[in-house]
Design a protein around this ligand. Structure first.
Ligand code: GLA
Length: 726
């Protein structure tokens, strides 16, 4: 609910359990409060004016604020606030100043679309109310509309800004963050994800300290290294208690998220496009929209925070027919055969997969051009008749007879220097004239800021998937950006290239998913190099990591679950010993870890022993039986595999009648340690029967004492399936 009280110029934005307050004073939009829900009242006294100048100027000569000591909603650069600004503008006279003051506001039902950008949506206007506060710099006539979309039932607030140039000359936006958050204390821990290829989204937590702590990417991708979100918690917060303030950016390119503690022990956090590589020329009459930032507050720790994001992302960010559907059990050819396949081998794999109950075979890299290794052919999306003499149709017809679907891999945004496309269009990649072009994995990146490049990609992909033979597309992106230049944009707009690239990518994806609604798209970037809310708007699942080792995946999934739902995590059982780490893990452990994600296999089924084949049939059946309910359930992290010698978690269906819990021992201790795992989210007085043992427990037993876990063999695991007995 959004309330505006005229007498004291206060805005109150309420979600189910939180309140966010702002106030207009002397024309400035101040931040008053973000926390547990308040029921009305005048909150003016929350703002404590202490007059601490400490070398900072006072506004409007002697009467006004010392802005450097005021909590602001969208702080500007160039006047009294000398902390990090949310916005910087270069004016026609070259000055770098913007002074935004309240002009008007409007409240409406529903949630407007952000032109060209992914964003949370609503299915009905009653799900959301939107407040737009318009601020103006009366000297330059630059206006900023701050959007606040309140999704009360979801406990979510989303924000973005629109910068409008109502002046008569061009201005340059040097920085325009999506959201900024001021707090009047610094008693916070900062929690973030860090990592690298094959070790994405590990968790780091430390106390907020004086100075600026930034997590960012200048890689032209949200990246394996950091993830576009920021979590601030009270220092003692854990899964079940304490304050958690979190924001996630709906964007896939370079970003910055920052938390800083200032001189008066107040904190400022912000998230948005990375200003280090961005600027945007805004001509008279033009507008610029920032990506959306989503925020949530939990007074009961990290689980509730994560569940708020999970529910929102599953139901109001992901779209299309696969949003709510159980995803097919698939087998991906990459770790089964890498580049060495032909029609015959794929048919054998297909036949065996069908016998084992697998529902879809994905032909990964290597089916097009002349690609026997990773040094050529990206861009030439035409089937390689040496490997598939009967085209895609040959394998499709075979699978169709077996009753299973077909998926295919693309890496559309890339171009190999050794490709027909590059020979025809050497200028279509990102590059800077006369400078060498750096290759990553022997490839360059196409310039998606150019319309003709996006059109080419649309046509080549549509030619393959438009035949009706393809049920699934894996969309890969296997390097980061360098030499980010685009000649057609001219020299003034070179710092716009990365963002324009993403506008191009998003519009290409929008066209494809609109025209091919029956295809399930999965995004990938060397695994999870673009695991972000931006791409989830187009593709409801992501290949979580190129590290398919179950033990490593425990940590990766745990870190990913801070923000993203399990249904978005594509998780496959791969061969043992694992190809990346050499770990030897029991089949059951690999299955237990993959089961709660979007499930599949990454191995050659024809090589499995009979026992493992039976296990594939059994596990596939379990996923078919429970997959949909788990995907829609609430996820609880029970043990932290980063900190402890095991991992444990559970998912509880929305109606609390089903609980699937997993436990994996990652390091054995001689003679064990009486390990037991207490579950969460159950009905205390309901009876739950465990599927494999037939034992019945009460919910309160399961939640307070828990279940005994195995402790004797390294990488041993257990999966519990508990159903309520009615
Ligand atoms: C990336 C992906 C892998 C696989 C290869 C193919 O690394 O993450 O899953 O598709 O590319 O080249």
């Amino acid at each position: 609910m959004i309330r505006f009280t005229k007498d004291n110029s206060q805005f109150q934005l309420d979600t189910k359990t939180s309140t966010y307050n702002m106030q207009v004073r002397d024309g400035f939009l101040l931040h008053l409060y973000w926390g547990a829900r308040l029921e009305g009242g005048d909150h003016s006294y929350f703002f404590r004016e202490q007059g601490r100048a400490a070398f900072s100027p006072r506004m409007e000569n002697c009467g006004g604020f010392i802005l450097d000591d005021v909590p602001l909603e969208y702080p500007c650069w160039g006047r009294g606030d000398l902390r990090t600004p949310a916005i910087e503008i270069e004016n026609p006279d070259g000055s770098n100043i913007v002074d935004l003051r309240y002009e008007s506001h409007a409240v409406s039902a529903g949630k407007p679309r952000i032109p060209g950008l992914p964003a949370v949506y609503v299915e009905n206007d009653s799900e959301c109310e939107t407040l737009v506060v318009t601020l103006r710099d009366k000297y330059s006539n630059v206006c900023v509309d701050l959007y606040y979309c309140v999704m009360e039932d979801y406990d979510i607030l989303t924000r973005y800004a629109c910068v409008r140039n109502e002046g008569s000359e061009n201005v340059i936006i040097r920085r325009a963050m999506s959201a900024s958050f001021d707090f009047d204390h610094i008693r916070f821990d900062v929690i973030s994800n860090y990592g690298t290829h094959c070790r994405e989204r590990q968790i780091e937590r430390h106390a907020l300290q004086h100075g600026r702590y930034t997590m960012s990417s200048r890689r032209g991708a949200s990246s394996h290294v950091h993830n576009p979100f920021l979590i601030l918690t009270s220092p003692t917060a854990d899964e079940t208690s304490g304050d958690a303030y979190a924001t996630v950016l709906v964007y896939s390119g370079s970003f910055a998220a920052e938390a800083a503690a200032g001189q008066f022990d107040s904190a400022r956090a912000m998230i948005g496009l990375n200003p280090e590589e961005f600027s945007w020329t805004l001509a008279s009459g033009e507008s610029f929209y920032t990506p959306e930032a989503i925020q949530t507050y939990s007074a009961t720790g990290l689980t509730q925070m994560s569940q708020n994001f999970h529910r929102l992302f599953r139901t109001r960010l992901c779209r299309g027919k696969f949003r709510d559907a159980r995803r097919p059990v698939l087998l991906n050819s990459w770790e089964a055969c890498y580049f060495s396949f032909d029609e015959e081998r794929l048919k054998k794999i297909g036949t065996c997969s069908a016998e084992l109950g697998i529902e879809l075979l994905v032909i990964d890299d290597g089916w097009f051009g002349k690609r026997d290794t990773d040094n050529c052919s990206l861009g030439d999306w035409v089937v390689d008749k040496r490997k598939l003499p009967n085209g895609i149709e040959g394998i499709y017809n075979h699978l169709k007879e077996l009753g299973i679907g077909l998926g295919i891999w693309f890496e559309p945004e890339m171009i190999s220097p050794d490709s027909d496309l590059y020979r025809a269009h050497p200028d279509w990649c990102l590059h800077i004239a006369d400078r060498p072009r750096s290759e990553g994995r022997n490839q360059l990146i196409l310039d998606l800021s150019r319309g003709e490049v996006c059109d080419y990609l649309y046509d080549s992909i549509a030619a393959v998937i438009g035949t009706g033979m393809i049920d699934y597309v894996k969309w890969d992106f296997n390097r980061n950006m360098t030499e980010v230049g685009s000649e057609p944009l001219g020299k003034e707009k070179q710092r716009e290239v990365t963002h324009r690239y993403y506008l191009g990518l998003y519009s290409l994806l929008e066209r494809l998913i609109t025209d091919f609604p029956n295809v399930l798209f999965e995004s990938c970037s060397g695994g999870g190099g673009r695991f972000d809310a931006g791409l989830l708007y187009y593709m409801p699942q992501v290949w979580t990591s190129d590290n398919s080792d179950a033990i490593e995946r425990l940590r990766i999934q745990h870190g990913t679950s801070l923000v993203y739902p399990m249904s978005a995590m594509s998780a496959h059982v791969s061969a043992s010993p694992n190809h990346q780490t050499g770990h030897v893990t029991p089949f059951d452990t690999r299955f237990t870890v993959a089961f709660t994600g979007s499930f599949g296999y990454e191995l050659d089924p024809t090589q499995l022993c009979d026992e493992d084949k039976q296990r594939v049939i059994h596990t596939g059946n379990l996923f078919k039986e429970y997959g949909e309910r788990i995907a829609k359930g609430n996820y609880y992290r029970l043990r932290d595999p980063h900190e402890e010698t095991c991992g444990a978690w559970c998912t509880v269906s929305e109606d609390q009648s089903l609980c699937i819990a997993g436990y994996v021992l990652t390091h054995v201790r001689m003679y064990g340690n009486n390990e037991r795992i207490a579950l969460r989210g159950l009905k205390p007085d309901a009876l739950y029967k465990e599927k494999f043992t037939g034992i019945t427990y009460r919910g309160d037993q399961l939640m307070n004492f828990g279940l005994h876990a195995p402790t004797t063999l390294e990488y041993q695991s257990i999966l519990w399936i508990l159903e309520e007995q009615k």
